[in-house]
Write a protein that binds this ligand. Structure first.
Ligand SMILES: [Zn+2]
Length: 117
């Protein structure tokens, strides 16, 4: 992709997504801490609920951290001019796919091959 205006737009979207995720991770960590503090006060069943909720928010944070790494990698590819090309076959990734997921690393055919394997 050579259009620098488009590039700037994708970069801004990635940065916005990154900020959003960082906020969510911070909030998630906050929620995890609250559960620990409340444990002494809550009964056995609700404690289990709370722990389950904590596990879920930890899993969610894990996913967000993976997403952040993808965004980080996409931003680096913008810097190095490799953004918008499939990491597997090096073909350009179609614009619509990048619009949907600016951190996409694979073209549609490589992505669907990876999913079905
Ligand atoms: Zn590909």
């Amino acid at each position: 992709m050579t259009d620098s205006g488009e590039m700037t737009r994708f970069r801004e979207r990635l940065l916005a997504l990154q900020q959003q995720l960082l906020d969510l991770v911070a909030t998630g960590n906050e929620a995890g801490r609250t559960v620990e503090l409340d444990q002494a006060r809550v009964g056995r069943l609700s404690r289990m609920d709370a722990l389950q909720g904590q596990a879920m928010s930890q899993a969610m944070n894990q996913r967000r951290k993976i997403e952040l790494k993808l965004i980080d990698a996409a931003l680096r590819r913008i810097e190095s001019g490799e953004y918008g090309y499939c990491l597997s076959c090096e073909e350009p990734i179609v614009r619509a796919r990048l619009e949907h997921d600016p951190a996409a690393r694979l073209c549609i055919s490589c992505a669907s091959a990876a999913e079905s394997s």
